[in-house]
Design a protein around this ligand. Structure first.
Ligand SMILES: Nc1nc2c(c(=O)[nH]1)N[C@H]1C(S)=C(S)[C@@H](COP(=O)(O)OP(=O)(O)OC[C@H]3O[C@@H](n4cnc5c(N)ncnc54)[C@H](O)[C@@H]3O)O[C@H]1N2
Ligand code: MOO
Length: 410
């Protein structure tokens, strides 16, 4: 196997590479398990929803045109032909000058096209009601088929299913749907100095931040995170851990060990794996230059920088699009929609690498202000204080105070 060690590629080229990985398989599962899953096919209705026209108020169903001209001072009388029973089709029709007592949710009797609220009527006796205002056809009525008609596409494939989407499908009698399988993503942190969060620390050791951050980010994207034990700086140990992770998962994220130091075993351990190809090592971005993209068979194997904020930024700009691609998710989630702001101060940047700066958002007089959060990429706090990323493009020397920027929410 050959690869250009640290011959950096642009993020755009890296995104093209990851789009070569295949989609997850499809599976048919009950609707009750579909929250936040991705529809793998267009979903069509076989039914008319709602199946009948129904009242949205308690009152009287009538023909709108019989109420025209009605007011407090000129209130026509209507003959009450009967009361519609809930959950049943009325066994009578309404003619001119007639009305039916109806409750919210009951079926409109034939001959009626609207409902007048009980508050706008006065009873005269058991069989007569006075109507004090006019209604237009369709007033206080949900018409048959207003939600969906047979053959109508209810949801497109690629849609991430929200609670209301599931309710929509339930209302159309759909109880199972075809979704993409959730990818199992193994997270593997490396480093002799890294200890699990519950461990006491000896001098020189630090606690594992990346496993938790990356697992949670993967779960947020709809994956099942598989947290692997921390691996020592040892090529064979990492090779074995990677082999196991690849057996158990659809994708592997390795944190740390991907730079060019003598203790950086990830590229060498990856090179030992069978049927594996390193597609890129080195991204023209900051932070995150040592990022590594490999494929093991059809599975992505991604090496992320060890620095906590770098790993998280690379997840946002590269791993998230990769997960979206393999899970078939289309469209942007509302909470991830980029927004415009102005940068609060001059920001210098190196040419040749796209700089992803972490920003806090403040409300200024003329809209949102992006305030860069200072600090090294090894500090997770910089991401905690940030609520977005701003990209300074690779061929730019920096941004002047008050320049307009696009903020990608974190
Ligand atoms: N001479 C050079 N040194 C470094 C370069 C360089 O170009 N030349 N690049 C720097 C950059 S940029 C980064 S990023 C890091 C990337 O290194 P690795 O991906 O090999 O990561 P490590 O060396 O293993 O770790 C870096 C740093 O992060 C800490 N770390 C690692 N894993 C975790 C974890 N799970 N939780 C919390 N913190 C973690 C680790 O202790 C190190 O401090 O290399 C620079 N060096
Ligand atoms: O590029 Mo490293 O990823 O600065 O932190």
């Amino acid at each position: 196997m050959t690869h250009a060690f640290f011959s950096v590629i642009s993020l755009d080229d890296a995104l093209k590479l990851i789009h070569r990985f295949p989609r997850m398989q499809k599976e048919k599962i009950p609707l009750c398990r579909c929250l936040h899953r991705i529809a793998a096919e267009d979903i069509f209705s076989e039914e008319t929803v709602p199946p009948f026209s129904r009242s949205t108020r308690d009152g009287f169903a009538l023909r709108a045109k019989d109420s025209f001209g009605a007011s407090e001072s000129a209130s026509p009388l209507f003959i009450i032909r009967g009361r519609v029973k809930m959950g049943e089709a009325p066994d009578f029709c309404i003619g001119p000058g007639e009305a039916a007592a109806i409750a919210t949710g009951a079926m409109l009797p034939e001959g009626t096209d609207s409902v007048i609220m009980i508050e706008d009527t006065s009873p005269v006796d058991e069989g007569l009601v006075e109507v004090h205002r006019s209604v237009a056809p369709g007033t206080h009525v949900i018409r048959q088929g207003d939600d969906a008609r047979p053959g109508q596409r209810l949801l497109p494939h690629g849609k991430r299913l929200r609670p209301q989407d599931l309710g929509f499908l339930a209302g159309a009698g759909i109880t199972e749907i075809v979704v993409y399988r959730q990818p199992v993503i193994a997270i593997l942190s490396t480093g002799d100095e890294i200890r699990p969060p519950e461990s006491p620390l000896k001098p020189g050791e630090i606690r594992d931040i990346n496993t938790r951050t990356l697992s949670a980010m993967a779960e947020e994207q709809g994956a099942i995170a598989l947290e692997m034990p921390i691996v020592a700086d040892d090529e064979m140990a990492l090779y074995k851990a990677l082999s196991e992770a690849l057996n158990r998962a659809d994708m592997v994220l390795v944190s740390g060990g991907s730079s060019v130091g003598t203790l950086d075993f990830a590229p060498r351990a990856i090179a030992r794996l069978e049927n594996t190809e390193i597609l890129a090592h080195g991204l023209a971005v900051r932070p995150g230059k040592p990022t590594l993209i490999a494929r093991c068979g059809e599975k992505p194997l991604m090496g992320l920088p060890g620095h906590a904020a770098s790993a998280a930024v690379i997840f946002q700009i590269l791993i998230k699009p990769l997960i979206r691609h393999i899970t078939g998710e289309e469209g942007m989630r509302p909470e991830e929609r980029p927004f415009s702001a102005r940068i609060s101060r001059n920001m210098a940047s190196v040419m040749g690498r796209a700089d992803y700066i972490r920003v806090a958002i403040e409300e200024g007089n003329e809209g949102a202000v992006a305030v860069p959060v200072p600090g090294e990429a090894g500090l997770i706090r910089t991401l905690v204080e940030a609520s977005g990323l701003v990209c300074i493009p690779k061929d730019t020397e920096g941004l002047l105070k008050d320049s307009p920027v696009t903020v990608y929410p974190l």
